[in-house]
Design a protein around this ligand. Sequence first.
Ligand SMILES: Cc1cc2nc3c(=O)[nH]c(=O)nc-3n(C[C@H](O)[C@H](O)[C@H](O)COP(=O)(O)O)c2cc1C
Length: 176
Amino acid sequence: MKIIAFGASTSSTSINKTLAAYTANLVPDADVEVLDLQDFTSPLFSEDMEKEIGTSEAAQRWLAKMGRADAIVVSFAEHNGTYTAAYKNLFDWATRIERNVFQNKPVVYLATSPGPGGAQNVLNTAVNSAPYFAADLKASLSIPSFYDVFDVDSNQFKEAELAQKLVQVASSLTQS
Ligand SMILES: Cc1cc2nc3c(=O)[nH]c(=O)nc-3n(C[C@H](O)[C@H](O)[C@H](O)COP(=O)(O)O)c2cc1C
């Protein structure tokens, strides 16, 4: 199973990228490709910019990557209660090429933040809009207080219970 995983963030130290990669790698026999959204930056979307440049080649590449995958793991970073500007920008460009951004693939939506909110707001937004963008949403989970529960050095959850929850989330991608 070919899995594309990414954090919806362009931070070089993205905890959401870490979480997405961790979770995708829990899928047995998965061939995981972790995307860095820094490799998909586009000009700031506007209809004027669209008239000027036509489309975003980065959004085209991003859509093509997902199109070749069997499943997708996204972990959403939350900025002021919603998507990071970088992700929203890439997403907006992508929807102008193909509204079905997730192309009916099995998808897991995660979200985490260092604080107790766990980026639950942006996760709710993503979950509620999943059907409009052809995400076959299999599971979603917010992880609050990331640095308290995850040991970044060993790339492991500190509590067995949370680790087990992530195993279940990952296995949802293999269930029809
Ligand atoms: C501009 C800005 C706004 C933020 N707003 C929120 C927020 O609304 N909720 C939240 O849980 N964390 C918020 N944070 C903290 C982020 O969760 C934290 O920076 C996290 O590391 C972002 O995820 P990432 O590491 O994957 O980029 C904000 C951070 C920044 C820089």
